[in-house]
Design a binder for this molecule. Structure first.
Ligand code: FES
Length: 104
């Protein structure tokens, strides 16, 4: 697992990864190993997918902004369903994710 950005210790939060299964998702055909049940946007971020799409009118990048489902900047296509807010769903085995272009 790449996950170089994942915190492994924290003075307050319990970041124990014990007992959590690792599952495989794909993003535009690339396989990623992530923790089962972690928020998809975080899983993508930890694997270097910070830009989740772009605005076709000006090419600006889109990606996680609010992290709580309000801004819609983290939309991806999941298992063929467009405009899924990746900050609101959890990673599960076999999930197929595609980046997408979208207007604001
Ligand atoms: S990051 Fe704002 S809706 Fe997902």
């Amino acid at each position: 697992m790449k996950n170089d950005l994942r915190l492994t210790t924290h003075p307050v939060l319990d970041l124990s990864m014990d007992g959590r299964n690792r599952v495989t998702i794909t993003i535009d055909g690339t396989s990623l190993e992530v923790l089962e049940g972690e928020i998809l946007a975080a899983a993508l971020w930890l694997n270097g997918f910070i830009s989740l799409g772009h605005n076709p009118s000006d090419g600006s990048h889109r990606g996680m902004y609010c992290g709580i489902g309000h801004c819609y900047e983290c939309r991806v296509t999941v298992d063929g369903v467009e405009d899924v807010r990746s900050c609101l769903i959890r990673a599960r085995d076999g999930m197929r994710v595609s980046l997408q272009s979208f207007n604001t």
